[in-house]
Design a protein around this ligand. Sequence first.
Ligand code: ADP
Ligand code: MG
Length: 324
Amino acid sequence: MAKTEIPTDIKEVSDLPGVGTQAAEKLNTAGYKTLESIAIASPAELMEAAGLGEITATKAIKAARDSLDMGFESADKLAEKRKLIGKITTGSKALDELIGGGVESQSITEVYGKFGSSKTQLCFETAVTVQLPVEKGGLNGNCLWIDSENSFRPERIIQVAEYLKLDSQKVLKNIFVARAYNADHQSILAEKASELVKEKNIKLVIVDSLTSQFRAEFIGRGTLSDRQQKLNKHLRVLAKLAEMSNVAVLVTNQVMDRPDILFGDPTAPIGGNIVGHAAKTRLYLRKSKESKRIAKLVDSPSLPDGECIYTITENGVEDAKDKE
Ligand code: ADP
Ligand code: MG
């Protein structure tokens, strides 16, 4: 589409062609409050949410996308955008190096591993370090935390913050936590996040865990494709949020046993390819001796595969003292 055709007068949902105040109201109630949320919706979703006809829904989505300038972008523009990628330190230099400098904005980072492998600890650490100034490994921003396992612990935030000599009360105030009670609720929280991201200077969105609610709700093979579709949609929302708002999205994922693998590691992350495609950086975490943990970088598009060792202490995530 030529630049001149891009409607510039579209600022909010009610400005979209064919969407009157009444339909905008309905969309709003259904969680479609921003142009971003319309741009990534499917026509069927809008038809259901606001009773729009198919043609109107398709037009509205296209107009929302055009107004946000989505679609093809020239490579120089992309390079320009990539320059804005921020990196959040994990607390361990070795781990930062493994993932190219820290947890990146503009994309999804997935950490997966067994219970106790330190997925949530990495979330605690980055929820604090994102608040640091850029020269100290932060993004001078705040954290939004979607908690689906009831594992958020303010005490751990305080410990990490105090170790970094930060005002722990201030650090806690800058972390906005929402409990996700089921898969749909979790998806809605992610859709709502784009508003809060702007309002609260959010630079890191955590979903701990991405898959547990989906896994709990869709048991058995019959519903697997339903689950995958819902999960896919949820991930699309998160990926767009990362890209369009220049925030880092960090998700945790459990592993399941794969009886079909006879040699090598018999575990695999939940959600399979769907999560694999959506997450740009995937880290497989496992326990080592005592407080040590091993992180393995999996399938990065721009970094070599590799492993590193770090440690979990009262202070949070740190480099392991001896490397063995
Ligand atoms: P998961 O991968 O299941 O999310 P966690 O991130 O919750 O696992 O990691 C739990 C582990 O973190 C514990 O087994 C313990 O080794 C370590 N840990 C948690 N809190 C502390 C603490 N205050 N001091 C030292 N280690 C801790
Ligand atoms: Mg956990």
